[in-house]
Design a protein around this ligand. Structure first.
Ligand code: PRX
Length: 638
């Protein structure tokens, strides 16, 4: 009997996929257990060793400073800049001629940038930012389509010591406005528009509308990508290509990389939490570089000759860490694609794997489930034999999607690295390495130097196999340092539920082999197609519609998206429920938040279940919608 059918008939029998001897023989980490044990013996010595794989302007004095918990500091006294390792050190070697980036637009245009060429563009744009008065510590908002200039803008900002805040190009007016305002950005970098699924997304128009609501930044830089006719406000808005050809900026030799403290901020990235506005997660130059570099090398076995493709968007942490920084730190060749996986046909991704000889392909469960629906004839018409490893991120991957991916894309020879991590963790935390046995749906074990546990309400470990809260027990270099402008919220959100443990916000269980299985969020974060949205931000967007008095939003299971948004709305007096109004509200949400926030279902209701203190009980709505018992509703008022 095959492993698959044995597991189906008897769920107690694990479905295990062992790596082939050649995968083990050539892996960067041939013996993962030994590395894990070595790291556990002295975690700080382990991370110091990993930090030595990178260049530093000056060495650190202390690996970990935990004198002000939970504001941990790593490699204190060390001097670096992520750009020193992502570009500067490569252009001094033969890698200057190696491709850093291969990019294809949705229409099929190709652009390539060697390390030399990428460095030149970054230096020129860094000079542009300097000429606009951007200095160390200033914030720069980047709101872009998936094009090479996004990467250039991020690196240029980092190079001069400024802090980038990338806002996902699929977000819209209100989401962008809130993030620009909170970050107090001096400059916004955007494009006239981007291609997505055959449509033109007019980004500059969205920026203009968002800026009508905000205290305006000093400058807006606009990349001409589509050739759209856009409004350019004199004295505020500038074309990227014009700035890049000014004599002042043309000479890249004039741009030195700013020497940064290991603990100086590199970027902020807004993400959703349980309550309130999205929070700006802050990461630093030193520890973040060490964390993303070590994890990509170990988990995806990255080699000089690989062609790496991470399908995420630079607007999310996966793009920051594993499209932009980690591959460049490793001197790797990355592929980036602008558009939708199904444009013009559902084999677009598979055709590009063949065309560019991709060797490692890192994607999401929701994309795999979506492409599965079109059947195997689409991947089967392409030669996917260049692939050697696959990856998954963002939400639990259901075994059915895992098996489809493994069989039809990996042709049963490519292990799947299911990586569990978060915006806050900066880098992979629980993930396999290619030389480990895999179980579909499990991220396997905490990586070397990481200690995780599943605990109960009291913070005590639960029995193997039981569900509980996932916690991380020791600090790690790529961890977030704080919430920008709100250190109290950092302590409250992550370090208060359990003293000394980092509270993840996910439930999980660990099996008898020490493998972790992530179950889902225990808070009000909704992961729609792997995108992280907060109920609070969504609900406030609903009530900006003129007809909506109150809103409650929950996530319910969905076959492709994993979770889909269901909205319960109380209308203002004088408005009648109906499909036309529901459609108008959907459009409003897409305009304010972005298309990913559009609700799957809108239900108009007269009341919402609330606690005596007026808090909406989403748990009750969820239970009702799924026909389950409502649990303890003693605090329910209505
Ligand atoms: O719930 C977990 C889920 O995504 C959350 C983090 O979301 P975000 O900060 O947007 O980062 C996503 C990309 C790193 C986690 O708390 N999650 C992420 N990866 C996995 C996952 N759930 C299960 N399996 C994964 N591999």
């Amino acid at each position: 009997m095959s492993q698959e059918s044995a597991a189906k008939q008897n769920p107690a029998v694990d479905e295990i996929y062992h790596p082939s001897p050649d995968i083990v023989a050539q892996a960067n980490v041939p013996d993962p257990e030994r590395l894990r044990e070595e790291a556990a013996r002295d975690i700080q010595a382990y991370w110091a060793k990993r930090a030595e794989e990178l260049e530093w302007y000056a060495p650190w004095e202390k690996v970990l400073d935990d004198s002000n918990k939970p504001f941990y500091q790593w490699f204190t006294g060390g001097k670096t800049n992520i750009v020193l390792n992502a570009l500067d050190r490569h252009v001094r070697t033969w890698r200057r001629n190696k491709l850093a980036l291969i990019w294809e637009s949705e229409k099929g245009d190709l652009r390539t940038l060697s390390y030399h060429a990428l460095n030149r563009e970054v230096c020129k744009f860094a000079n542009v930012l300097k000429s606009m008065g951007v200095v160390k510590g200033d914030r720069v908002t980047i709101y872009m389509p998936r094009i090479p200039e996004t990467v250039i803008a991020m690196l240029a900002t980092a190079k001069i010591g400024a802090i980038h805040s990338v806002v996902y190009g699929g977000f819209s007016v209100e989401a962008l406005h809130g993030r620009i305002e909170d970050s107090e950005s001096k400059v916004i970098i955007t494009a006239d528009g981007g291609n997505m699924n055959g449509k033109k997304v007019e980004l500059k128009k969205i920026v203009d509308e968002a800026l009508q609501r905000s205290g305006a930044p000093e400058h807006v830089v606009v990349v001409r990508h589509l050739g759209l006719d856009v409004m350019m406000e004199q004295g505020r808005d500038y074309w990227y290509h014009e700035l890049m050809s000014l004599p002042l900026t043309r000479n890249p030799m004039r741009c030195e990389t700013e020497v940064m403290d290991a603990e100086d901020p590199l970027f902020i990235l807004y993400t959703s939490g349980t309550t309130g506005k999205p929070k700006a997660i802050l990461h630093t130059h030193g520890g973040y570089s060490v964390g993303v570099h070590a994890t990509l090398k170990d988990v995806f076995d990255l080699k000089e000759e690989d062609r790496w493709w991470c399908t995420a968007d630079p607007g999310w942490i996966t793009g920051h860490s594993y499209i932009v920084y980690a591959p460049l730190l490793a001197g790797a060749t990355s592929f980036m694609y602008e558009g939708a996986p199904t444009y013009p046909y559902p084999d677009r991704w598979w055709s590009m794997i063949e065309k560019y000889g991709i060797t490692i392909f890192y994607s999401t469960p929701t994309a795999i489930r979506g492409l599965m629906r079109f059947g195997t004839s689409w991947p089967n018409r392409h030669d996917l034999s260049s692939l050697r490893l696959l990856g998954s991120v963002g939400e639990p991957i259901n075994p059915e999607a895992w098996r489809w991916f493994h069989k039809n894309i990996g042709k049963e020879k490519c292990p799947i690295m299911d990586t569990w991590w978060q915006t806050e963790t900066g880098a992979f935390m629980i993930a396999p390495m290619p030389a480990m046995p895999l179980k579909p749906g499990s991220g396997t074990k905490p990586l070397p130097g990481i200690t995780a546990e599943v605990v109960n309400e009291e913070g005590k470990p639960v029995k193997d196999g039981d569900e509980g809260f996932l916690v991380l027990k020791n600090p790690w270099p790529a961890m977030m340092r704080t919430i920008f402008k709100d250190p109290d919220r950092y302590v409250q959100t992550y370090w208060s539920k359990f003293k000394d443990f980092y509270f993840v916000g996910d439930s999980a269980r660990r099996d008898k082999d020490g493998y972790f299985w992530i179950i889902g969020r225990v808070d009000d974060v909704i992961k729609v197609s792997g995108y992280r949205l907060g109920t609070a931000e969504l609900e406030s967007a609903f009530i900006t519609h003129h007809a909506v008095a109150e809103a409650a939003v929950i996530g319910l299971p969905h076959e492709v998206k994993g979770v889909a948004i269901h909205a319960y709305l109380i209308l203002k007096a004088g408005h009648e429920p109906g499909e036309e109004l529901a459609e108008d509200i959907r459009k409003h949400i897409a305009h304010e938040m972005g298309p990913i926030a559009k609700p799957e279902k809108i239900e108009f209701v007269k009341t919402l279940p609330k606690t005596r203190s007026g808090k909406i009980m989403r748990r009750v709505l969820k239970a009702r919608a799924q026909g389950m018992s409502e649990g303890d509703i003693s605090t329910l008022e209505e």
